[in-house]
Design a protein around this ligand. Sequence first.
Ligand code: HEM
Length: 472
Amino acid sequence: MDELSAGSLYLVVLGTLALALAFKRVLRGKETGVKLPPGPWNLPIIGSLHHLVGAHLPHRALLRVSRRQGPLMLLRLGEVPAVVVSSPEAAMEFLRTRDPPAAGRATLDIVSFGGKGIVMAPYGEHWRQVRKVCVVELLSTRQAGGEEVSRLVEAIATTSPATASIGMTQTLAALNNDIIARAVPTAGLRYLRVLKVVATLAGSFNMVDLFPSSRLVRWLSCVERRLREHHAQTVRIVDSIIQDRKENEASASPGASAEDDDNDDLLDVLLRLQREDNLTFPITAEIIGALISDIFGAATDTTGSTLEWAMAELMRNPRTMEKAKQEVQNALGQGRAMVTGADIGDLHYLQMVIKETLPRDPRYWKDADEFMPERFEKNGDDIKATTVHMGFIPFGAGRRQCPGALFATTTIQLTPVNLLYHFDWTLINGESPESLDMGEVLGISIHRRSDLRLHAALSVSSGFLRHSDRDS
Ligand code: HEM
């Protein structure tokens, strides 16, 4: 098996970093005076693209070239110079000490509202302000997911046993949308559907991104046209959501909004900031739209695929699954309807399972391909300090590190704990742990190539009544 095997969030990070850094943080040496790293030999027009041929996933091709060139290399992707960072140390060094100007991909410029949100905003006053809004107002104090995970458990528990084959890809993606959508409840399915198309189009390699100055390429590209159309739809949907919310607020009784401050969702917070007008620039409807899109985009794909890989790894490793289940059931006893964030602190093995879903670099981890949560036991208390140096930066580092890390961590722990506590999971269609497909495809992060379909039976510990019992 390939040394960066499926299930590794390090892949997500590597993919994210490689793609983000390759496309998003493009160094323009002559503008910045930064000394550019060396790269492989280039051809006219296509630049370094021929070095990437042969791997079906771009991050793997980048990894292959980086093995020859070193962890920091300069590629020319068509006409676009790109610095690719592919080792944790180089990434840490790069992310901590340098802040190259963002020169966005042509397609991402469209979907990011021209950098008016956070993800594609170049370093500067606008980014500083919106980042503060995200960290202080939107993400740090919000606990993700309790209600939604509970609904998910109930939905699975009440699925008729005869047909209880659960499509984990859709189920976990729906859970994440549910969690994030709580922040924008009126966003609705239409918004999420459009956003998904936008993410798929923007997540792929596009000629327009390689030759942004070519009018011919832009004219021939249907991707750019489709992105513009879908982006216009998201703008219309967000505008109508804002309009509805403002009308509701206007018709609500005076004082009601102050009472509900604690329940404010993401849109409420942004509208309040717009009214207060305390930032160094006005929060326009466009900025609100851009921030909402960015947060959905940054949150759903990453969290959903992490959860899916974690479940897949557990299914592929029955002994690990059994050990994790034992820990959860021993710690929580029988008959609980819901496991909450407060219960997670004692579940050390489960936390190691999540960590193990994240790093997979053979230069730092022995038998990196083996799914061995126990490897974290050995490092004991030093784990926090050592992981930073050992290739464990799933949420990035430096100024642009993930502001949703806390939010995401709650979801990626709370969901599997509940899934393991309430259900016994089995593979279906004659699949065995050894034959389980662990192939990958590229989206905003690395996804499973095939949908993970599992059978769920209510476990003895679960407090949810069996479906048949409920009916009788
Ligand atoms: C397992 C889940 C997640 C992983 C692995 C992850 C990883 C990352 C990484 C590596 C970056 C830095 C990218 C770069 O340097 O360009 C990032 C940025 C970001 N993430 Fe996350 N993330 C996750 C979940 C979330 C969630 C749940 C949210 C919001 C609710 C979120 C919001 C953001 C935002 C807004 C940024 C851009 C920050 C900036 O540019 O200043 N992420 N994430």
